[in-house]
Design a protein around this ligand. Sequence first.
Ligand SMILES: [Zn+2]
Length: 118
Amino acid sequence: MSDYNWCHNPDCHTIETQSRVRGTGDNKVLRTRKIALNSEWIRNSIYAYFCNQNCLHSFLNKFAREVANIRAVRQPSETPIKVEKEKYESYRYDWNGNENTRVPYQATRTTIINKNSS
Ligand SMILES: [Zn+2]
């Protein structure tokens, strides 16, 4: 098993940064960046395949249709929930041009409860 991946953005090697310059003298090139898979975090991350956000989003923009077709969504999904509303005493501050005065008001807290996970 290799301990690195090459960035999967097909245009990675065209981006002009010092980190991509390889070679000597008149034989210099911009090369696709190598991603070291040297941590659990990186191995479990999308950044195991893309050297940074710019390359990730360039790839997604270029292959958006193909990516969407990997798992096509033809109808919306729904999650059963229960919505609980709860009134409580809160306050805001009003500026009268000279000082802030504390003004109480009746606020509403809305809580969404997922029926699948309770
Ligand atoms: Zn890249």
